[in-house]
Design a protein around this ligand. Sequence first.
Ligand code: SF4
Ligand code: SF4
Length: 427
Amino acid sequence: MPGFRGGVHPRGLKLTGYKKIEVPPLPPRVVVPLRQHLGAPCNPLVEKGAQVKTGQKIGDSPAAVSAPVHASLSGTVVELSQQRLPTGDKALSVVIESDGKDEWERMPPLDPERASREELLQRVREAGIVGMGGAGFPTHVKLNPPKKVDTLVVNGVECEPYITADHRLMLEEGEKILEGAKIMAKILGVERVLIAIEDNKPDAIEHMEKLSEGVGKVVRLRTKYPQGDERHLLRAVLGREVPVGGLPLDVGAVVQNVGTCKAVRDAVLLGEPLVERVVTVTGEVAEPKNLRVRVGTPFSYLLQQCGGTVGGVKKVVAGGPMMGFAVYEDVPVVKTTGCVLVMGERQVVEEEEGPCIRCGRCVEACPMGLMPTHLVRLVRAKDFEACQQYNLLSCDECGCCAYVCPSKIPIVHVIREGKKGIRRLKK
Ligand code: SF4
Ligand code: SF4
């Protein structure tokens, strides 16, 4: 396999790789944001005081790129208000107080052999499924590409340090992932299904190889960050290069995360919308765990289930240490939350920024072929036109450059500022 250029090899620190997924008691209340995906936010379908059931649709949008959201507990809507998301933005959210009964409203199950492509696609939409690997792109849109594709790549790479939610899902619910992959292959009309897993998860590779006969083929990849990113994954798995500004479908492929596959299976076979997911809660907590929790569960509740934090907490991150977002208040789990990482003094070493010594390490590490050192200079000089010419917008904020920089220059932070500057310029 050709692999992909650049990238880094951070320590895995997968403290929870051997820990079975646990299901904690349901939280007393959930905060369900009406924007948990890329695309248009949903409009609320319920008002304060409404009684809802688990799985009931509570938000939807007529926009083509959007995905409905559903109540993740049965109970009473006690609030409709702006709430902070794990990304730091705010979104209108439905706050539900549990009635303790967890009464469900499900859709009728579908037989994937008999159901038409359109029925299956509609089901994926109605279930509110979005990419659970982090991007949150509505899955029904991705499964209906405007061009012919020939391959479905199931993404079990999970390359960020600490996170083990997908690893455990493959070990514990591999059959369900493959049932979902089969349904997605039918919708896409593709024969070829490849299941990509990095070689730091040999047990998952072996397990999925045993299960995948007749569905697809497992592709073992050498561990390297950020291989989980779709464009790097396609280069590693298929040797196909997604053009700058292009999408996987431009090279005839669709990539779906393992959790998304399982969600599609549950929506079709059980009629259940996406109201829960596996989250790795790790770092400086008394007992790191993989937890299956309802969407909308506050991070504070997750930390409680792990015995609370230990030592001096420096930072709580939604996601992994490379691409996650630092959170400064209690935020809810959303459909794309794979990890809550508590960082203490051991993980957060504050070092002063030094001058760029032009070592070129950031350029070597950049999987997008950018020149991070030059971009930093351009952003700081506020030359946003030149930033555009040097493709700053194609930076996917993977953090490889900052990881290798000996001068501790906050390159990603500066690049984000550059993106804002370009947007202002365009306006
Ligand atoms: S954060 Fe951007 S500039 Fe830095 S390595 Fe990743 S893609 Fe390249
Ligand atoms: S890695 Fe850091 S010090 Fe080296 S060239 Fe890049 S920005 Fe400069």
